[in-house]
Design a protein around this ligand. Structure first.
Ligand code: AVJ
Length: 313
C-alpha cells in the first residue's frame, strides 16, 4: 500500500546555531537530539544490546506480555503517530494488536528512518505508511498536513521523554496533545527511579558503547561543521544525580584546549564539562502530574522491572 517519505531536514544552520550558542553558554552544552546522525543511530542501537542497558528490552518485554490488555485499553485507532521512531521496530507490536489504517513515523534521522519505514511498509501491505524526516521537537506542527483525520494514538516509547527537564517535557506533551486532538490518546514509556548502581552501570557499559555514542557527537561536529575537536582529549562521564532524579552525561576536557568551530574559537579549561544529555527517571505519579499540566489524563498504566508504560486520553 501507500508509502510516503518526506524529508523536512534539519538545517545545517540549526545545528551550527545551536552548537555555537550552546558552547557560548556556561556550562557548555549541546542538545541531545544531535547525537543521532547515522553513526549515532547505529551506536544507540548497539547500546540497546548491552547487558547493562536493559531499558529497551524491558519495555519490549512489558509490551509483549501485556499487549492484549494494552490494546483493549486503547480501543479502536485510525492512525498511530510515533515521534522518534528510529528503526521502527517497537511499533510493530502495536500494529499487530491495533490494526490501524495509517502509521506515521517521525525522526530527525531521515535517511535511517526512510529505510526502516519502507521495511514496515513491505511487511504490512494493508497499512499506509508515512515517514517524515524532521525535527519534531523544533516543529511538530509541520507533520499535521501529512496525517489523516480520525482517531490518533501518539506512541512515544523508550523513555525519550526523559531527555527533557520537567518544564520542557510538559511543553512537548502539550504539543502531542494538540497533534492528537481532543479524541486522541498517548501511549508513553519511561524509565523509573531505581537502584542508582543499576542506572550508573546502564550509562557506563563495560564495552564502552555509551562512551563512543557520547564522543561521536564531537566527531559529528568535525564532519558536519568542520570543527577540530580531538575526541581523545575528552572523557565520557555519566552519573546519576539523585536530587534532580536524572542521569547526566558529560564530555569532560582532559586538558586546557581551544577548539575552532565554524570560524569561532572556544576554550575548554582542564576539567571543564560539555554537557550532552539529561535522562530523567520518574515515579509513576510524578510523571502523571507532568502529563496533567499538558492536558493529559492517565487512563491506564503498566509496570515491569523498573519501567512503566502509561496510557493517556
Ligand atoms: C533514547 C533518550 C531513552 O536517555 O537512556 C542511551 C539515550 N543515552 N544511553 C536514554 C541514551 C545514553 C536514551 N534515550
Amino acid at each position: 500500500m501507500a508509502f510516503t517519505f518526506k524529508n523536512l531536514p534539519v538545517e545545517r544552520d540549526d545545528l551550527r546555531n545551536d552548537v555555537l550558542s550552546g558552547l557560548a553558554a556556561s556550562p557548555k552544552s549541546i542538545p541531545p537530539k544531535y547525537f543521532y546522525d547515522e553513526a549515532g543511530c547505529r551506536l544507540f542501537e548497539a547500546i540497546c544490546r548491552q547487558p547493562e542497558y536493559a531499558l529497551c528490552r524491558t519495555e519490549q518485554a512489558l509490551m509483549a506480555s501485556r499487549l492484549s490488555d494494552i490494546a483493549a485499553a486503547i480501543g479502536p485507532v485510525d492512525c498511530i503517530v510515533e515521534p522518534g521512531a528510529g528503526d521502527c521496530v517497537k511499533v510493530r507490536l502495536l500494529l499487530d494488536a491495533l490494526h490501524p489504517c495509517h502509521l506515521a513515523v517521525l525522526d530527525i534521522a531521515g535517511a535511517s528512518l526512510a529505510a526502516a519505514a519502507q521495511a514496515v511498509s513491505r511487511d504490512y501491505p494493508d497499512l499506509a505508511v508515512t515517514a517524515l524526516g524532521m525535527d519534531f521537537i523544533h516543529d511538530l506542527e509541520a507533520a499535521e498536513p501529512y496525517l489523516p483525520a480520525g482517531r490518533r494514538l501518539i506512541y512515544y516509547p523508550g523513555s525519550s521523554i526523559g531527555n527533557f527537564p520537567p518544564d520542557a517535557a510538559s511543553a512537548v506533551l502539550a504539543r502531542f496533545r494538540r497533534l492528537a486532538g481532543a479524541e486522541g490518546q498517548l501511549l508513553i514509556g519511561f524509565d523509573l527511579k531505581k537502584d542508582p548502581q543499576l542506572l550508573h552501570a546502564a550509562y557506563n557499559d563495560a564495552a564502552g558503547v555509551t562512551a563512543a555514542f557520547n564522543l561521536n557527537l564531537l566527531e559529528r561536529l568535525n564532519r558536519e561543521l568542520g570543527a577540530d575537536f580531538e575526541p581523545s582529549r575528552f572523557r565520557h562521564y555519566a552519573f546519576y544525580n539523585p536530587v534532580a532524579g536524572r542521569i547526566e552525561m558529560h564530555l569532560i576536557s582532559l586538558a586546557g584546549q581551544d577548539v575552532e568551530i565554524a570560524g569561532q574559537r572556544f576554550h575548554f579549561a582542564l576539567g571543564e564539562t560539555l554537557h550532552t544529555e539529561h535522562s530523567y527517571k520518574f515515579h509513576c505519579d510524578e510523571f502523571s502530574a507532568i502529563a496533567k499540566t499538558a492536558g493529559w489524563q492517565r487512563s491506564a498504566e503498566w509496570e515491569h522491572d523498573g519501567f512503566a508504560v502509561q496510557l493517556y486520553g
